[in-house]
Design a protein around this ligand. Sequence first.
Ligand SMILES: [Zn+2]
Length: 330
Amino acid sequence: MWTIRTLLTRMSRATRMQLPLFSVDQANASFDSVSNQGAKDCSPCGSARLSQLRLCVLGSGSGGNSAVVCQGASALVIDLGLGPMTTARRLVAAGMNLQAIQAVCLTHLDQDHFRPTWVATLLRSQIPIYLHRWHIHDLASHAEGKRLQKAGLVHLIDEEPFEPVDGYSVQAIRLPHDRKGTCGYRVVTSGGALGYATDLGHVPKQLINAFTGVDLLAIESNYDEQMQVQSGRPAFLKRRIMGRAGHLSNDQSFIAVREILDRGLASSLQHIVLLHRSNQCNHPSIVRHVFEEDPRLLGRITLAEQREITPWICVDPNGSGHHEQLNLKF
Ligand SMILES: [Zn+2]
């Protein structure tokens, strides 16, 4: 077992580009660049893949979470934890704009997943939001939330599949997080399936069942247990984060990913995006150390960042294991 000191020494030498387990080429992250102001469609991973499901995480961490899911020209956003201006800038960097967003699914209403500053934009653009019914009281307790409800933009969901965007079948999975819980989502289109789960204290069997067979998986890998224990955070906060209704550690996330891999067909899970990494109690080199234990994950992992977008991660219609652009070796 590595000691914290060993890890910190290694961390100072490591850069993300030297971590080939992670297949992110950040030079690709801003392909299409800011000059693509007029783009209405999602940025493709190659025109042949326009009909495939694809994912771009616009930012992830305690400072704000948001991800965009596309197929063809239609786009669904999961969480609005970055402000509208930041989101708009990152969408442009991803080759699209706010006008492409047809619906928003919220995991829960913590500030890092939904910013009330979005309300004016949602009203102006008439973008509907989908929210599990157990969160409605939190939304309705805010004047801004009431405005969304009055405008008919709030759609309450339960565990039944719903279709927020034509051709997108979405199912919520209830997950343990703080008092009210959070939602994981399974998104299925004719171009592939995505499992998305963040902010959960442990992995229930329902999540493994729901995500078995998805092509793309986005799941949080929030903290390293040892760094959490040794951090200067107050005891109550450590207890909350490490409890069964807190966040997933790297080890918990790895076990879940491996279980999903074990249960799926050999080629079904093509790529994994790790979300919500703690800056204070985690580090890419530690995440790498955990996930490199399984050679099947080689070149299949992208680590989402707080301040930059991921590249578009596309379902490969041939199911060859992972996207050619992301296939970097150790
Ligand atoms: Zn969060």
